[in-house]
Design a protein around this ligand. Structure first.
Ligand SMILES: Nc1ncnc2c1ncn2[C@@H]1O[C@H](COP(=O)(O)OP(=O)(O)OP(=O)(O)O)[C@@H](O)[C@H]1O
Length: 321
């Protein structure tokens, strides 16, 4: 059986005044049906550009320069723009940090969701409203019939985000790309939505790529983790394995700086320095200037990723335990 999503060698560049910068650099991963991949890293590491590239939403001055995006075994990059448009929303859809990127403020929730249904499926209005109600119920919205009559401003922030997730679900896509959808919400609402998303993946078999800077979220939600740094995936594996046994010094640093994941009773260390400018990356390994384990080889030779299930892009990975 094909993976729900397989990304191979995806590379996206932007032309800037300082020349071409590679925001997504030879990124590969796969997500099986019903699994959640947490794509994590600091601001500017290339997580969102990876999500937009998968969706085919990269505009000038950006360009996907290499790679494949296979949805259920079909390469989206090999399709015409019209075919890609049909595929988006149907087989793969996206949820944004701001739900108002999805919702229209002047339409009732039910009307806009029904319109979204009818873009791809020629069903009656009543049937489309029914699909909308079902989608709201899947994401745990109580009194769904009444919510369909509401305008977005009449809903709370958490409820709006659930409606945006429900809208992404209308065509039962194989894959949802979710870009920091709970970051702006308070912790208890975030927890409820994460629980609904977990249930959604388990019950519907939708594969989810959850983009976040928050490792604590990923550790409670994701099956698998891919850690990005300066446009590359530097470590990947199952969430349990990567959190319990990080091998890249960057992942170790990220985990140590999260209060809930850090060993209690010790100071909370931060990774020194900041993410490098893509237009001015250090030679060799881009993490080298911030890395406690760097040696001469790290300045001269870029590391390669192994092919293991728990893969790490580093000359001096931490010991496997
Ligand atoms: N329109 C653009 N023009 C030029 N460079 C861009 C553009 N969009 C993104 N980039 C480059 O891509 C890098 C990665 O951006 P991206 O938004 O994917 O990071 P991120 O990891 O999602 O961070 P954040 O959590 O802050 O959104 C940016 O630091 C920037 O250098």
């Amino acid at each position: 059986m094909s993976a729900a999503l397989e990304v191979r060698g995806l590379t996206t560049q932007f032309s800037t005044r300082k020349g071409a910068v590679t925001a997504v650099n030879d990124v590969s991963f796969l997500v099986q049906p019903g699994r959640i991949l947490g794509l994590v890293g600091e601001s500017g590491s290339g997580k969102s550009v990876t999500g937009f590239s998968i969706m085919g939403l990269i505009d000038e001055p950006g360009k996907i320069t290499a790679g494949q995006v296979m949805v259920q075994g079909t390469d989206m990059r090999g399709m015409s723009l019209e075919e890609q448009r049909k595929m988006r929303g149907r087989a793969v859809s996206m949820v944004f940090q701001d739900p108002m990127m999805t919702l229209n403020p002047v339409l009732r929730v039910g009307d806009q969701m029904a319109m979204a249904v009818r873009v791809h499926d020629k069903v009656s209005k009543a049937a489309a409203w029914d699909r909308a109600r079902e989608a709201l119920e899947i994401v745990g919205i109580p009194a769904a019939v009444e919510r369909l009559q509401a305008y977005p401003h009449q809903l709370s922030g958490g409820m709006r985000q659930r409606v945006a997730i429900a809208t992404a679900l209308l065509h039962r896509p194989a894959v949802i790309i979710a870009d920091e959808p709970t970051t702006a919400l308070d912790v208890s609402i975030q927890g409820q939505i994460l629980a609904e998303v977990r249930r959604l993946a388990d019950e519907t078999g939708t594969a989810i790529v959850w983009v976040t800077h928050d490792l604590a979220v990923v550790s409670s939600l994701a099956d698998d983790i891919a850690v990005m740094y300066a446009g590359r995936i530097v470590e990947s594996g199952t969430a349990a394995e990567v959190i319990a046994n990080p091998r890249h010094p960057y992942t170790r640093g990220l985990i140590d700086s999260v209060p809930g994941l850090h060993e209690p009773g010790q100071d909370l260390p931060q990774i020194p320095g900041s993410t490098p400018q893509l237009a001015n990356l250090p030679s060799g390994c881009p993490f080298r200037p911030r890395c406690p384990r760097a040696t001469d080889i790290c300045a001269t030779i870029p590391p390669n990723t192994g092919t293991e299930a728990h893969a790490v892009l580093c000359h001096h990975p931490l010991e496997a335990t």
